[in-house]
Design a binder for this molecule. Structure first.
Ligand SMILES: [Zn+2]
Length: 243
């Protein structure tokens, strides 16, 4: 079995061998990874399914192996705004090592996703003894911090079309696919605007040849055009300096 392959519980008592793709898990030594994943579970999430709700205890850490998880803030008014998306480069539930007891946002699978779930106590144990896990976790947290502060400004300054183009680029990058099945409501969450603004933005991008859009399915057409229509925040979210 290659070093990145592990056998994990799926439907007890059977086990399933998976090829790890999560960048954080792949950075660990074999010993630390074995300890961390000793009782881990493989979790599959259909598109649209919820991984955690606001108020849920952070009892486990989730490492995506494939797919994209959206981090959605929910307001008392019912407004929902996506503030980050996490793929195989990151992890979810890291508040478990920051004295945060429960989730404050909803975690939703934007596309069909799967990953590895590790009990928070075990994560804290390995976090305390593995320099590599600490460094990789803090790097991921640093990127999340930059992303959250950027999205706050982006939602205030940039247009709905720019924001939609940015999210479409980011989600298809992380999902490794050029087409997405998403509802209008989900797009409104991503953009942080009303449904009619999403309709206008979609029509603009379709008119430019950046995308095709039919019955809830978006296909990326001319990616170079989509990049030209996205705001500079896309480069920040992907780790490049815009200047
Ligand atoms: Zn922006």
């Amino acid at each position: 079995m290659p070093p990145s392959a592990v056998s994990l519980r799926r439907d007890r008592p059977s086990k399933q061998t998976i090829q790890l793709k999560n960048h954080i898990l792949l950075q660990l030594t074999q010993g630390d990874r074995d300890t961390l994943l000793a009782e881990a579970e493989c979790v599959r999430l259909p598109a649209g399914s919820t991984l955690a709700r606001p108020g849920d205890e952070i009892a486990s850490i989730y490492f995506p192996d494939a797919g994209v998880i959206s981090v959605v803030s929910e307001m008392a008014t019912g407004h929902q705004v996506a503030v980050a998306v996490v793929g195989r480069e990151g992890l979810l539930g890291v508040g478990a090592v920051l004295s945060v007891q429960s989730y404050v946002q909803r975690l939703v699978a934007l596309v069909e996703s799967h990953g590895v779930r590790v009990c928070a106590d075990r994560f804290r144990y390995v976090f305390g003894r593995s320099d590599l896990l600490r460094r990789a976790t803090l790097d991921a947290l640093g990127r999340r911090f930059v992303e959250l502060t950027m999205v706050a400004a982006c939602n205030r300054v940039h247009s709905h079309r720019q924001r939609l183009a940015r999210w479409l680029l980011l989600i298809t990058d992380k999902a490794g696919q050029r087409s997405l099945r998403v509802t209008h409501d989900t797009l409104a969450q991503m953009v942080g605007g009303p449904r009619h603004a999403v309709t206008v933005a979609l029509n603009d991008l379709r008119g430019d040849g950046a995308i095709t859009y039919r019955r809830g399915k978006i296909d990326i057409g001319k990616r170079s055009v989509l990049m030209a229509r996205a705001c500079e925040c896309y480069l920040v979210q992907t780790g490049f300096s815009p200047r």
